[in-house]
Unconditional design. Structure first.
Length: 744
């Protein structure tokens, strides 16, 4: 319950009573309003409730006291009357406390007081002073009921006085009151009633005005309070939004993957930076705040941040290189915007990794293109190999036939031996091309390096300018396990590169061959060599040399310093791969503008290779009937002569359809079928399948100039017994025939 002084209704405030009376009236107000705590009640009603409670308590106490006293003095009528009035006042007080509207209780209380006062007046009261109470009635009535109702109640109470005035002569009981006293009393009572009316009426008017002003003020206060609450709510919302906006900005600032800088325009000093900026610059935020834009981006567009004006607004995107403390350079795309007159913001997107990825992508694209070229070369090589092997088959076959009929030791025999050796070399070269195109391993055999060097130089001498002097120092006849064609590639590549380095000014191309013994593992550990004996091949030139910056890159695939169209960058990479496959090592030393030396280490093998010559030797013969099919007439003729020289009967056909028709007519006449793989209209595999279907036991040998045309599994499924690859020798063909016949 709020302090009653807030409403200006306490008795002490109204009459200027001392503070203790205010305490009493406050307690009476709490007592009377206990059933409506927190409710806002009319202050005038509160005032009347307080006065009602005060009078009711005083009256009840007095009536009970004098009622009991009258009963003790044997005046039962007066005692019962007093006690009855006291009970009515008490009940009325409790009912007023229970009700929210006390008007009825006030009227009832006043009626009880009226009866009580009339009785006192008529009876003369205690010591004939009851009329004094009668004067107080207008005051009480006006105070309790208000000016108008109190005046009406006071006027009604005049009626008993007038009755006594007119009935006095007839009733001796009232004779005690003199007429002049009654007139004076009536006049005085009227004056008191009028005084009470006007005073209370003025008080009510003032209170109403005060209440109206107070209500207006409360309305204004409530309205202003509502406005202030709304403004406060807006302020709180704005403050909350500001905090959220600041939080969002700080979150975006801190979590941004792009580097964000705030820079003082006047000094160029960093004001703030996010973690991405720390990573980009390689400096902590604390370190950055002590630096300017020039410290980490010299002569870059970021330095324009200090001159960026509000009218300019932004700086166009530009590339910036940030230099980290350890010298690392990171590239970024930079944008800037002016925030205030003093602060500018720069945003840098780190594109270092993108640049690296782009270079790597370009490198991969280049490798892909080169790979596609190599694949195309492989496909082309397969087609060329078939035709070239057919040609070589004729060359080698007819050469063998001629050697068989040539006199031993004659010039013709020597010439044919050279043709035979060249044919076998060409055969190996074709196989090497196919092996390279298929990325397969080449066959290795003992090879004398010195002989390869001499053969290669015979070919190079005609192509190397005369301004280049070739010097040989071949001090080894060592043999290594290698592929002859690959050895040719190694020497051709190294010598060609050396000649290219001296193409403009000439010089000396030196080839040195010697042997070493790598018995000390420590001495040759850096070369990657194991203990053992090695042949050392050195190719040096006096050309322009190799720059140190690229010396470690020359063996990388696709790396080349030559112009477009002059090289693929695969030569040295292929040389390194071949040498390491043989268990060797290749090293390079170069002095710019002076010389370059390539040194190749190859392990020496104990066995030696056979010279490539044709020897007349006894080969197994037979009398079986062979059906030979090849669409190339020269090969068909050569094959027929080779087989007949071995004792076989041969029927040759150049059409697969003709051969099939012949076999249908005379399937029992043939013991073996030898057919080419690639033929028009019907392939050798299709022909073999149909022949085997007609004669399941017939052995079939398939010839091919390109081994990838059919797999071993596919050939086995159709019943092919053996393969023979073109160009073949008489010994190879004889061995295959003996194999399918089960004679070896």
């Amino acid at each position: 319950m709020k302090d009653s002084k807030v409403y200006g209704i306490t008795i002490d405030d109204r009459f200027g009573a001392p503070a203790p009376l205010g305490i009493i009236t406050g307690k009476l107000a709490n007592f009377m309003l206990i059933n409506s705590p927190g409710k806002t009640t009319d202050p005038e009603i509160k005032r009347r409730l307080i006065f009602l409670a005060f009078l009711s308590l005083t009256g009840s106490f007095t009536l009970f006291f004098f009622g009991i006293l009258s009963c003790i003095q044997n005046d039962l009528v007066l005692g019962v009357f007093d006690l009855t009035m006291g009970v009515f006042l008490s009940i009325n007080l409790l009912d007023a406390r229970r009700r929210s509207n006390p008007s009825f209780n006030m009227t009832l209380a006043l009626s009880v007081f009226s009866v009580f006062y009339i009785y006192l007046y008529i009876s003369g009261g205690f010591n004939q002073t009851a009329f004094v109470w009668y004067y107080t009635y207008p005051l009480v009535a006006c105070f309790l009921l208000g000016a108008k109702r109190g005046a009406i109640a006071s006027s009604i109470l005049v009626i008993p006085v007038l009755l006594m005035l007119f009935t006095r002569p007839s009733h001796p009981f009232f004779a005690v009151y003199q007429l002049d006293f009654e007139i004076r009393f009536l006049f005085s009572y009227t004056m008191v009633a009028l005084f009470s009316f006007f005073i209370e009426n003025g008080s009510e008017s003032n209170l109403k005005e005060i209440y109206a002003i107070n209500a207006n003020l409360e309305s204004l206060v409530a309205e202003r309070t509502k406005e202030l609450s709304a403004e406060n709510l807006k302020h709180k919302r704005a403050k909350t939004q500001l905090k959220e906006s600041e939080h969002h900005y700080r979150t975006m600032f801190e979590k941004s993957v792009n580097a964000v800088f705030l820079v003082d325009k006047k000094s160029g000093r960093y004001v703030d930076a996010n973690p991405a900026a720390e990573h980009l610059t390689g400096r902590s935020k604390q370190n950055l705040l002590s630096l300017t834009t020039k410290d980490i981006t010299p002569q870059s567009s970021e330095n324009r941040l200090r001159y960026l004006s509000d009218s300019e607004a932004t700086i166009e995107s530009s590339n910036i290189t940030y230099i980290q403390p350890d010298g690392t350079r990171r590239q970024a795309v930079f944008n800037a915007v002016s925030l205030t007159d003093d602060i500018a913001m720069g945003i840098a997107q780190d594109i270092t990794e993108l640049k690296k990825a782009e270079k790597e992508r370009q490198k991969l694209e280049s490798r892909l293109v080169q790979s596609q070229k190599m694949e195309a070369i492989g496909n082309l090589a397969g087609g060329i190999a078939h035709d070239f092997n057919n040609i070589l088959a004729s060359v080698l076959g007819f050469t063998e036939l001629s050697l068989d009929d040539t006199k031993e030791g004659s010039v013709q025999q020597e010439n044919l031996q050279e043709v035979y050796a060249a044919g076998l070399r060409a055969k190996e070269l074709v196989n090497q091309i196919l092996a390279f195109a298929r990325q397969s391993e080449a066959s290795l055999k003992p090879i004398e390096v010195k002989g390869i060097v001499e053969e290669v130089l015979k070919l190079l001498r005609a192509t190397i300018p005369t301004t280049i002097d070739i010097r040989l120092n071949l001090n080894s006849n060592a043999v290594v396990m290698a592929n002859e064609t690959q050895m040719h590639q190694i020497l051709m590549n190294l010598c060609t590169n050396a000649a290219h380095a001296m193409h403009e000014s000439g010089g000396v191309l030196a080839i040195d061959l010697q042997e070493i013994s790598a018995t000390d593992p420590i001495s040759y550990h850096s070369l990657g060599l194991k203990s053992g004996n090695y042949v050392v091949l050195s190719v040096s030139d006096t050309g322009k040399g190799i720059e140190p910056a690229i010396l470690n890159s020359i063996f990388e695939p696709y790396f080349t310093t030559k112009k477009i169209g002059e090289g693929t960058g695969m030569g040295l990479a292929m040389v390194k791969g071949i040498v390491e496959t043989y268990g060797g090592s290749i090293q390079v030393e170069s002095i710019p503008l002076k010389s370059t030396i390539f040194t190749v280490y190859l392990p020496i093998t104990k066995s030696r290779g056979d010279n490539i010559i044709h020897e007349k030797k006894h080969l197994p013969t037979g009398s079986e009937h062979i059906l030979l099919i090849d669409d190339e007439p020269p090969i068909a003729r050569m094959g027929t002569q080779l087989l007949e020289s071995l004792g076989y009967s041969v029927t040759a056909r150049t059409s697969s359809y003709e051969a099939l028709e012949l076999f249908r007519e005379k399937s029992d006449a043939f013991d073996i079928v030898i057919t080419d793989m690639t033929m028009p209209q019907m392939t050798g595999a299709e022909l073999a399948s149909q022949l085997i279907e007609l004669q399941p036991e017939i052995p079939v040998i398939l010839c091919s100039g390109y081994s990838d045309q059919i797999s071993a599994a596919e050939a086995a499924q159709i019943g092919v017994k053996e393969f023979v690859y073109k160009p073949f020798t008489k010994a190879e063909l004889s061995e295959k025939i003996q194999c399918v016949l089960g004679k070896n």
